[in-house]
Design a protein around this ligand. Structure first.
Ligand SMILES: [Zn+2]
Length: 468
């Protein structure tokens, strides 16, 4: 466990206090033990963080970690390393794995794999329907009460096409106060589509996905949320009308939240003119007018959360003809820097508002207090922190990613602001921008290897025994 860490001379960004003056932060026994100037380190290691901002660790609401079943793209280990280096303390991962996370044993397996790695919380969302086939409700109650404590449900990757099934899912979710996360898409309109339908799809001769495909889904799910009283979160909204619908729902007091991905606010469909498959995602990059509407919705609070929709793929799945390439891009290791460079420096969002959408808002939506996460940096709070230098310039080099995947549209981009350290449960898991494997973690990994394949429960207790 060590003797703690004294972060010397950083500026604290906390909620609701905002950005404070330079101070010291003493982390001991997994919590913030003291915040103040000129703290005595005692036996703690002193780390100079002058020039840096110390904020609550980031919370990712929407990532694909691909385990179980598609570990050649990513797994919980590589995904956790990417997340920690990106400044995340918690990553919610989507259930479109093989098998799908549609029951408590798969949910606990993924959750326990996260505990094994010990770099951030890995918290699975559960599928709405069995096998994500859209036909029979998955055992949501069982997933909610299992060790993984699943509270968000989604068939993400696909919509729940049958409105009656979605209605029943929401009715059930409401009884357990769970969140339904909508991947909004009308498949009869989007089938076979490769990119946004519009001027550029015509120019490039690619089949389009009309904005209405998403908007019909958003509208339907808002209607059903209103009818059932369920809490609804709209994943990756990408069009002007989608955010108008959310704005209207919020005005009417409905329990609706939404997220936007980094790529949908930084890129548009004009970037596809050289058929770069790293610009291919679902929903697709939209028009410049849509991007402007998303930025406005971010600024006025209609959009609650910035997510990455981290979607790792193997090189052969992206380095192929555009219409055969997989949808999606990675994002965990670039999100904070992109937000700082493209949203904060440009004045779209204040630093506080930007960090709010990466910490406070997602943690509220997922009720993260139950996981020992608080979006604050104050005495007594669990020590899950990101330390970043807002002035450091760097160039994105996909080869340096901790993720197993390299499918990013940002390779070569010059960004300003970089994660320096990440503290997870009181331990410096990332130090000077790189992983710092603690001795206890190495021991846990070795023990498992020696033991061969052990049950998920045993693995969790092995990891817990070494102290996190
Ligand atoms: Zn999706």
């Amino acid at each position: 466990m060590g003797n703690g860490v004294l972060l010397r001379g950083g500026r604290v960004l906390s909620f609701p206090a905002g950005l404070g003056a330079e101070t010291d932060i003493l982390v001991e026994k997994g919590v913030v033990a003291a915040v103040g100037q000129g703290l005595s380190p005692g036996r703690a290691e002193v780390v100079d963080v002058s020039g840096c901002i110390v904020a609550p660790g980031l919370v990712e609401l929407h990532a694909h970690l691909r385990e179980p079943g598609m570990e050649y793209k990513e797994d919980v280990a590589s995904g956790s390393r990417a997340a920690a280096c990106g400044g995340y303390s918690a990553v919610f991962c989507m259930p479109n794995t093989e098998p799908a996370i549609d029951n408590s044993s798969v949910a606990e397996y993924v959750f326990d794999r996260g505990v094994d790695e010990g770099l951030c919380m890995v918290l699975p969302h559960g599928a709405i329907t069995q096998g994500r086939a859209g036909e029979t409700l998955a055992p949501m109650g069982e997933m909610g009460t299992c060790r993984a404590g699943v509270m968000g449900f989604s068939d993400d990757g696909s919509p729940v096409s049958d409105s009656e099934i979605m209605r029943r899912a929401m009715e059930y979710a409401r009884t357990m106060n769970a969140l339904v996360i909508s991947h909004s898409e009308e498949p009869s309109l989007s089938a076979g589509g490769q990119m946004n339908e519009g001027y550029y799809s015509t120019l490039l001769g690619l089949r389009g996905i009309p904005p209405e495909s998403e908007e019909i889904g958003v509208f339907r799910d808002i209607c059903l949320a209103e009818k059932t009283g369920a809490r609804l979160h709209l994943a990756h909204v990408s069009t002007a009308r989608s955010v108008d619908l959310v704005r209207d729902a919020k005005r009417r007091g409905l329990p609706v939240t939404c997220e936007v991905t980094t790529h949908h606010i930084l890129l548009d469909d004009s970037g596809l003119t050289d058929y770069d498959t790293n610009m291919k995602m679902n929903p697709p990059l939209r028009s410049k007018a849509d991007v402007d509407a998303l930025l406005e919705a971010l600024a006025d609070g209609t959009i609650d959360v910035i997510a990455t929709d981290h979607a790792p793929h193997a090189p052969h799945e992206k380095e192929t003809e555009f219409d055969r390439a997989e949808f999606g891009v990675v994002g965990l290791e670039t999100c904070l820097a992109l937000v700082l460079t493209r949203l904060v420096e440009t004045g779209v969002l204040s630093l506080e508002k930007a960090l709010e959408k990466l910490t406070l808002a997602p943690s509220r939506i997922m009720d993260m207090g139950r996981w020992g996460y608080m979006p604050t940096v104050e005495e007594g709070a669990p020590a899950n922190l990101v330390v970043f230098n807002p002035e450091t310039e760097w160039i994105v080099d996909p080869r340096a990613f901790k993720s197993r995947a390299r499918n990013t549209p940002y390779g070569g981009w010059r960004l300003r602001g970089r994660v320096v350290h990440t503290v997870f449960r009181g331990r410096l898991v990332v130090r000077e921008g790189d992983l710092s494997p603690g001795p206890e973690q190495g021991t846990a990994r070795k023990k498992q290897k020696d033991a061969g394949r052990v049950g998920a429960g045993e693995r969790a207790s092995a990891a817990a025994g070494t102290g996190d």
